[in-house]
Design a protein around this ligand. Structure first.
Ligand code: F0G
Length: 435
């Protein structure tokens, strides 16, 4: 069996060549995934090879994605790789966050340490390589901000032309600034994420532009490296839970696929459970799974949340996400704006920091431990998906008591940390410090 694209839809499972430009199955419209012949994979050999690569200076070995390329061998020529040395993100202990989350211990896998500050880089390096391999000149995405920042960087680094479509007024300035700085042609569209995705798919087909949204199966392949690296860093000790925020649901799909493959190939002795956390105003997947996961999937027409990264009402990858949640005996939770804001401030107080969507992980853990779903002594890895500097506006408003939830109510918190305006006067500052 050679590598190929396969329809994810179980009754169809049609196969297509890796060189075809496809985002959905032409037969049934299902999602696509990449399937490989893994018959040569030897887990113990690869574990050693991957460790040795950490000592090497070649770009491919230094990349925390391509170091693990044997588990996503879709390229026929590695010369197509564009790498900014993505991945290599740390596992960070955070005792204060653990206490807040109701756990004895929690570890953050912080994807915000990536070159453009989010987990999107793990997938984008693979999507961009596939674009090069296909001979594409222009690449496009619709984004709540991080995908566009990442795509702009990788496309420009690799000599491709990046075209970005974002919901006007609904992404953070940190992310928009990155897209502009990395040289993307940027369209701010007067519509929401879901509407723009439909628009961009039409444009991509018409104009022969390569689409690099997470519907692109090669991006999902790259995002598998997040869990591969996580397990390598843990000497292959499987955690009880991996908890992450969910928007378009590409990341949970990638984690699930990566973990199942690692398990099947003998790297892991069991599967961890996956926990996906959505923002209350944008939680169609939570609703769907709570209703049993067998009724029709109902999109949220007007998604709302200050965590703009996960402000998505019609997530494209929900069938894959459902499969991965069910295969891992996982759960889906949702959290309020105030819960996200407080959890984010706690991550900050740990000296770690993250963007709002990322904090949904810790907020969700707090709810799931309180409900007895996650044990206090469970071994939990929480994924922080984006860097603290992605959304400084949110942070300043939070700490100065000006953060407004989508309905207009103020989010006030005991974790506020107002800056103090002082005169240029040492005596007065000393007084203030003694108060
Ligand atoms: N966290 C952050 C920081 C994100 O940027 C995203 C998605 C998610 C979580 C959710 O991941 O979509 O795989 O479930 N951002 C996309 C974007 C949609 O356009 O940057 P998901």
């Amino acid at each position: 069996m050679a590598s190929h694209l396969a329809c994810f839809n179980a009754p169809c499972r049609a196969h297509f060549d890796l060189n075809e430009v496809l985002y959905n199955c032409p037969n049934c419209g299902g999602l696509l995934e990449v399937e490989y012949d893994f018959s040569d994979v030897d887990a113990s050999v690869l574990k050693r090879v991957w460790r040795e690569r950490r000592m090497e200076n070649s770009p491919l070995s230094q990349s925390g994605v391509w170091r693990y390329r044997e588990l996503f061998p879709f390229l026929d020529d590695l010369a197509h790789v564009i790498t900014l040395r993505e991945g290599n993100t740390p596992l960070l202990d955070a005792p204060r966050a653990a206490g807040y989350g109701g756990l004895a211990r929690v570890v953050f896998k912080h994807q915000g340490f990536n070159p453009t500050g989010s987990f999107k880089d793990n997938g984008m390096t693979c999507g961009a390589a596939q674009a090069k391999r296909l001979g594409m000149r222009r690449v496009a995405c619709v984004s709540t901000g991080n995908t566009s920042a990442s795509m702009a960087a990788y496309a420009s680094a690799g000599g491709l032309e990046p075209l970005i479509f974002i919901p006007h007024g609904n992404i953070s300035y940190g992310k928009l600034a990155q897209a502009l700085e990395y040289g993307a042609k940027t369209f701010q569209v007067e519509a929401n994420f879901d509407q723009i995705l439909a628009l961009v798919r039409t444009l991509a087909e018409k104009l022969g532009i390569y689409l690099l949204n997470s519907i692109n199966p090669f991006r999902i392949e790259g995002q598998k490296s997040i869990v591969i690296e996580m397990l390598d860093q843990r000497d292959w000790r499987v955690p009880d839970w991996i908890v992450l925020p969910g928007g378009n649901l590409g990341n949970v799909s990638a984690f699930g696929k990566g973990l199942r493959e690692l398990h099947r190939l003998g790297f892991l002795d069991r599967l961890p459970r996956l926990g996906v956390v959505q923002a209350e105003g944008s939680s169609p997947f939570y609703e769907y799974m709570r209703a049993g996961g067998s009724s029709a999937f109902r999109a949220v027409e007007h998604p709302e949340t200050l965590a703009t990264a996960i402000k998505i009402g019609d997530p494209v990858s929900w069938p894959k996400a459902q499969f991965e949640i069910e295969s891992s005996k996982g759960v889906v939770e949702r959290v309020t704006e105030a819960e996200i804001a407080d959890a984010k401030a706690i991550v900050g107080r740990c000296g770690i920091g993250c963007e709002p969507a990322s904090a949904a992980s810790l907020a969700g853990i707090r709810k799931l431990t309180a409900a007895g779903v996650i044990d206090r002594d469970a071994d939990v890895v929480a994924v922080l998906t984006g860097n603290v500097l992605k959304d400084p506006d949110y942070i300043y408003k939070f700490h100065t008591g000006q953060l407004e939830a989508p309905g207009g109510s103020l989010i006030r918190s005991s974790l506020e940390n107002r800056p103090v305006v002082v005169p240029n006067d040492a005596a007065r500052i000393t007084e203030l410090l003694d108060e």
